[in-house]
Design a protein around this ligand. Structure first.
Ligand code: M6R
Length: 609
């Protein structure tokens, strides 16, 4: 939810920090700031607003120095303002810190510090850290930092500098932090893209490990200053993957990357011979699976909808009961979970606080844990005994697209694996599914080819206030995702309903000109029922956008527009339909002049509960 960058080396800290913050702006963008050690003093500059405000100021008033820290914020404690922007400094500006996360006991610490005479300038929880380090400082920044961190409760990635020392110190607990290892220079950041221009060698920091970055390199230690070893992780993906590459927005680029991402997720994992589904970092045997009485899938937002689709697929092909829950609810409802439960956490970032807390809860209750994540070395991955990486590549736009499609691929893989484990899926049927999964990238490409048509249809959403997304069965889950996508980037109020449920209340909302988007990825009896539901909608004067598989399109004239999906095997039009919904939301937002990649009030990674 906030982006951190720190630099120590021989170059201009300001320039490197600004370039890193640019790559991290997806993590928060309501204010930004920088603190640079200039000789014997720290110069702090910070402003409410996008990073460009800070950049504009620094362009005319540069700060010179080669040690510094910077931050781009997504507000939690205290509204976006110049005062609440990071870095935060001790009263005399001798210590400066940036922080991502929440310090839960800041009120108590603030009271203690206030009674000692400390004066606070902001409403943030972070400021206590700066004063606390100052309070403990006796000539060694790392010592003071360790003592201060010892007082903190909550989640944090915390980075500090002192005007008196040529170093940066940092630590993480439940908030992402990496260290970039360059030649004669070191970096600290919330995420790898911030440092990739300068180095591919990074430490993925563990919780409660302290790092000291000096001109001589990086050393790691525990809270007793005992040295700690960490493996160097060599980044193999390209910096280009984290830039717009000619597209107007990251979201559009990522929508178009989906055929490639899907191929990457599948690579080496699906084959008609042998075990059919091969998953590395996956220890769950057939015997383990067959002892499991229930699967629980827990996630947030788009990842949760991927989990709902997973429920549909696993129950259908493996005949195992699957419960789903949003992570912010899961652990507070005393869920029925034990050693016979398989708990699946889905998280693109692998850092979502609620999902991580759900995972920890499930582990504590004895469940077997499998995580599906996109980020190698993320907290969710590190805390799971089984991990299925989605290999979607970095997803920068706040609106999740390629992460969603690769999470669905993961769900297909699990449905087949579990179906074979349980004996409910025959080898022949599994082969049929495998063949059709291998056609998904092409079918997505076919849908992407309809971009012009979908862009035109999106004009229907230009001046409406409300939109409705309906579907039955698995299509209802897709409708929920379509509705989330629409509301989060275009700010149109959008609701999703099961098509058959409309007449039990929501239909009262429909009036002349309302827009209803209906997803229909299958044929058969249910298809006829959906058509009847559409007639009810049409009779109330609503405009209908139908997304349907070729051959199942409207033949009673109930739709105003039809976007057809390629003919596909049963259950294989989920992804092509999702792509249509993404493009509809994207162009609706563009037509309405919204900031697609950085929607208001949202952040890419929600590392607070
Ligand atoms: O990183 P995660 O997958 O755990 O994130 C979960 C949600 O915050 C995320 O999917 C969110 O709903 C998306 N921005 C929606 O597009």
């Amino acid at each position: 939810m906030c982006g951190i960058v720190g630099y120590i080396g021989r170059k201009s800290a300001q320039n490197i920090i600004l370039s890193g913050l640019n790559k991290l702006e997806y993590r928060g963008y309501d204010s930004a700031g920088i603190a640079v050690k200039c000789g014997e003093e720290i110069i702090e500059r910070k402003f409410k607003g996008r990073l460009s405000v800070l950049e504009g100021f620094l362009c005319d008033n540069p700060v010179h120095g080669n040690i510094g820290i910077g931050h781009t914020r997504w507000a939690t404690h205290g509204a976006p303002s110049d005062e609440n922007a990071h870095p935060h400094s001790s009263t005399d500006y001798s210590i400066s810190v940036v922080h991502n996360g929440i310090i839960e006991n800041y009120v108590q610490i603030k009271e203690e510090l206030t009674s000692l005479g400390y004066v606070f300038r902001s409403q943030t929880d972070t400021e206590v850290a700066a004063h606390l380090i100052h309070h403990y400082y006796e000539g060694d920044l790392l010592d003071a930092f360790i003592k201060a961190v010892g007082k903190l409760k909550g989640a944090y990635a915390l980075v500090a500098i002192s005007e008196k020392e040529e170093k940066i110190v940092c630590v993480r607990k439940d908030s992402p932090l990496i260290i970039g290892l360059g030649e004669n220079e070191s970096f600290v950041a919330s995420d790898i893209p911030a440092v990739l221009e300068y180095t591919r060698d990074v430490y993925l920091m563990d919780d409660n490990v302290f790092a000291e970055l000096t001109h001589d390199g990086v050393s790691l230690c525990d809270e007793n200053k005992h040295p700690v070893q960490n493996e160097v992780y060599h980044v193999t993906w390209d910096a280009q993957d984290a830039t717009k590459g000619g597209y107007e927005h990251f979201m559009l680029k990522e929508i178009f990357e989906q055929p490639t991402s899907v191929r990457n997720t599948l690579r080496g994992r699906l084959d008609k011979i042998g075990d059919k589904v091969t998953l590395d970092d996956f220890r769950l045997t057939k015997e383990d699976f067959n002892k499991i009485s229930k699967v629980y899938i827990v996630a947030c937002g788009t990842a949760y909808y991927a989990g709902c689709i997973g429920k549909y697929l696993i129950e259908k092909y493996a005949r195992k009961t699957v419960e789903t829950d949003v992570a912010s609810e899961f652990r507070y409802k005393d869920p029925i979970i034990d050693e016979n439960t398989l708990f699946i956490a889905i998280s693109q970032s692998g850092e979502t606080a609620d999902t991580l807390a759900g995972l920890r809860y499930a582990k504590k209750m004895g469940a077997k844990v499998l995580s599906i994540t996109n980020v190698v070395g993320s907290s969710v991955a590190r805390e799971s005994e089984n991990v299925l990486y989605t290999w979607a590549g970095p997803e920068i736009a706040v609106a999740s697209t390629k992460a969603f499609s690769t999470q669905i691929i993961a769900m297909y893989l699990l449905a087949i694996k579990f179906g074979l484990y349980s004996g409910n899926l025959s080898e022949e049927k599994a082969d049929e599914l495998i063949d059709s999964i291998y056609m998904l990238d092409k079918n997505i490409e076919t849908v992407l080819g309809k971009i012009g048509e979908i862009e035109g249809i999106a004009h229907m959403f230009e001046s409406i206030k409300d939109a409705f997304f309906i579907g039955r069965g698995v299509d209802h889950y897709l409708s929920m995702e379509g509705s989330l996508k629409m509301k989060e980037i275009s700010y149109i109020h959008a609701e999703a309903y099961q098509a058959g449920e409309l007449k039990h209340g929501p239909i009262a909302l429909l009036e002349e000109g309302s827009v209803v988007v209906c997803t229909l990825t299958y044929g058969g009896e249910l298809c006829d029922k959906v058509m009847s539901n559409l007639k009810e909608v049409k009779a109330r004067g609503a405009k209908v956008v139908l997304i349907a598989e070729e051959g199942n399109e409207d033949n009673d004239g109930v739709s105003d527009v039809i976007i057809s999906l390629p003919k596909a095997h049963e259950d294989m039009n989920i992804l092509p339909a999702a792509v249509v919904l993404q493009l509809l939301a994207y162009y609706s937002a563009v037509n309405r002049g919204c900031d697609v990649d950085k929607p208001r009030n949202l952040a890419k990674s929600v590392t607070v509960e």
